[in-house]
Design a protein around this ligand. Structure first.
Ligand code: ZN
Length: 153
């Protein structure tokens, strides 16, 4: 069957950035299975796979806007160092959970000085154009329970 909304799709994939670095791959693992049309994977990839069948392969470039979104300046904030009372060493690259009105989000330290710590709450792939090489391993209809839950069992 063709990939369409409400089917379960199994794919092998390799994800690289524009420099050719492999960011993620299913090589050596089971294929990724997802429920088409339910936002299980990034919108740009989901859209590109529509209509393909098992055995097809595809190379597709997904712009950041259709992947993890652009970098949002509002998610980068400088906070006073005192906010980290009890943390002995704060270094660039460390990750913390920040409490926000929308719940906890992971943030990464991107700068530190005597007074302030600058935190970035953007997804690590925000602003990054993604290049996928995909092979369709299987396409099947979803079960009623899978449709009800919005994910693959
Ligand atoms: Zn479930």
């Amino acid at each position: 069957m063709k990939i369409q909304d409400n089917c379960v799709v199994s794919i092998h994939y390799t994800l690289t950035n524009d420099e050719g670095d492999v960011i993620d791959t299913s090589e050596g693992r089971d294929p990724l299975r997802y429920l088409q049309g339910h936002g299980n994977i990034i919108p740009g990839l989901e859209q590109a796979l529509l209509g393909l069948v098992a055995g097809d392969s595809l190379k597709v470039t997904v712009e950041a806007e259709d992947a993890y979104g652009p970098v949002q300046d509002s998610l980068i904030q400088a906070v006073p160092r005192e906010a980290f009372d009890g943390v002995d060493t704060i270094e660039v690259g460390m990750q913390f959970q920040a409490q926000t009105a929308q719940g906890p989000i992971p943030v990464t330290v991107i700068a530190v000085d005597e007074e302030t710590v600058t935190l970035d709450g953007n997804h690590e792939l925000a602003g990054v154009r993604l290049n996928f090489a995909v092979q369709i391993a299987d396409v099947r209809a979803a079960s009623p329970e899978e449709l009800d839950h919005g994910h693959v069992h």
